[in-house]
Design a protein around this ligand. Structure first.
Ligand code: NHF
Length: 483
């Protein structure tokens, strides 16, 4: 079986969030299931040189885009990494700048170009996939193009499409006129039953309508997005198409994230020596960040994009009662300037107890997973969430809100049965977050044997891609069997 993954970011070439992790890890797990998976993405200027040097030029051609009378250059490059073939769409005008995103108006044009170029490139690449698996709004027009402008091609007769929603908040919305003039899609696609939504053209809605299957990254989120609270105005459309919607929870790459071999840690550790290993990482990180060096402090970690989605308003309103003499708080993340300022101010106010790292640093993030006692993920909504999975892997205990994938992956601690690998609360409420952290803190300080049990269950749990990759395989097989 041949599968093509198309999306806007992919680890290790370019990453701004969890989408890149999934695009990087899932193909490897599917390959282990015997599937020929290849990945296609734009060749951004921001891809590190060490990868650009590995890329080989295949060919180029020219393609028209919408009403523009001039043809656009489409370069094709390839490279192989860890047994996976990657293809890159090259066009200096679109991809030489940005990180990788720019602003929504520009990005809409850049990803319309990408979506059309992917389909135009496939015959040239001599790779006719059985499944084209598209991710998020940036690849949303691929299924639409396939069933319209490309409908009479061999590829359209053969390929089925899967569209995965990683985050419904971003949909690729603009006026029908703008999207039609750029895409050149036929008039009928801009009707109420297709791309038109609340007077705008909505690219993600197009993918929901035109794809053979729609998936999202946890079962709970698959249900939540059919409700007004989480549906981002598409709940009606998603409910209508519920028959083709399903949730498959993400995993993480257990080779990339492994405390036994992770060279970024101060000390490596595994399932046998995690108590001493984590202690050493805690002491060293405290020293590096200028916090009071003391193994007995309860270290709370938070690694997040600083946006409203992540529940930071809850965190900001409980920070005062949270930070006492026994507790330290370490944040890593960038985002909304208001939150950045707030966390900087906190660090100044609580010198030695709070460390706000307003940055994106993979190395520091891994050190924090290894050092922290708990990791906070109090999200307002969370399609899957990878932070809690990485926290498990490094023996940090997640404290999460019961939504989306957080609900599906964190089993709350039960003190009567001594089960569970984390702590959770249901309503989006600062008081509940504080109570839950305080409960975790009490177990940590007063019932150390129980705490070690929670840590053991977290660090030995299997949240790798194995199980979920098999589910995707079944889904692809089902589609392949359709005539
Ligand atoms: O895990 C990868 C990620 C999710 O919850 C996460 C999100 C974006 O918001 O699927 O995509």
């Amino acid at each position: 079986m041949k599968v093509l993954f198309a999306g806007s970011e992919c680890y290790p070439f370019v990453k701004t969030g969890g989408l890149a992790d999934v695009m990087g890890a899932l193909p490897k797990a599917l390959k282990a299931e015997g599937i020929d998976v290849r990945v296609i993405l734009p060749k951004y200027g921001c891809i590190p040189d060490r990868f650009k040097e590995k890329m080989e030029y295949i060919t180029h051609f020219y393609m028209r885009l919408g009403n523009n009378p001039f043809e656009k250059y489409v370069g094709l490059l390839t490279c192989e990494l860890d047994g996976i073939t990657y293809y890159f769409i090259d066009n200096e005008e679109y991809y030489s700048y940005g990180n990788p995103y720019t602003d929504i108006i520009n990005d809409i044009e850049r990803y319309i170009f990408f979506s059309k170029a992917v389909l135009a490139a496939l015959p040239v690449l001599d790779f006719l996939p059985d499944i084209i698996h598209c991710h998020d709004w940036q690849a949303a027009l691929i299924p639409v193009y396939l069933r319209t402008l490309f409908k009479d091609t061999e590829m359209a007769h053969k390929a089925k499409t899967v569209f995965t929603i990683h985050n419904l908040k971003f949909q690729g919305i603009h006026s029908p006129h703008y999207i039609q003039s750029l895409s050149g899609l036929p008039d009928y696609v801009f009707g109420m039953n297709d791309l038109l939504h609340n007077k705008d053209a909505n690219m993600l809605k197009g993918a929901i309508v035109f794809s053979d299957k729609v998936t999202t990254v946890s079962e709970t989120y698959a249900w939540e997005i059919t409700t007004p609270e989480y549906g981002e105005s598409l709940e009606g459309v998603l409910s209508y198409y519920q028959y083709k919607l399903c949730g498959i929870v993400n995993g993480i790459d257990y080779e990339v994230y492994n405390p036994e071999t992770d060279s970024r840690l101060f000390k490596n550790y595994g399932t046998k020596d995690f108590v001493t290993g984590k202690r050493e990482n805690k002491l060293k990180l405290q020293e590096e960040l200028g916090l009071e060096v003391n193994k007995d402090k309860f270290v709370i970690g938070l690694i997040s994009r600083l946006t409203d989605q992540k529940g930071l308003d809850l965190v900001s309103s409980i920070i005062e009662p949270l930070i006492d003499g026994n507790t330290q708080f370490i944040l890593i993340g960038t985002g909304d300037p208001w939150y950045e300022g707030m966390f900087r101010e906190l660090e100044n106010r609580y010198k030695g107890q709070v460390s706000s790292n307003i940055m994106y640093s993979d190395e520091r993030a891994r050190k924090l997973y290894a050092a922290a006692d708990i990791m906070l993920v109090p999200s307002r909504f969370e399609p899957c969430g990878l932070t809690q999975l990485m926290a498990f892997r490094y023996g940090a205990i997640p404290v999460v809100r019961e939504t989306g994938g957080l609900k599906d992956t964190v089993q709350p601690y039960n003190e009567y049965e001594e089960t569970g690998n984390g702590f959770s609360f249901d309503r989006y409420d600062a008081g509940l977050l504080l109570d839950t952290i305080n409960y975790a803190k009490t177990v940590y300080f007063e019932r150390q044997k129980s705490w070690r049990g929670i840590m053991r269950r977290a660090i030995t749990a299997d949240y790798s891609w194995n199980v979920s990759a098999e589910k995707y395989k079944f889904l692809y097989q089902e589609l392949e069997s359709w005539q």
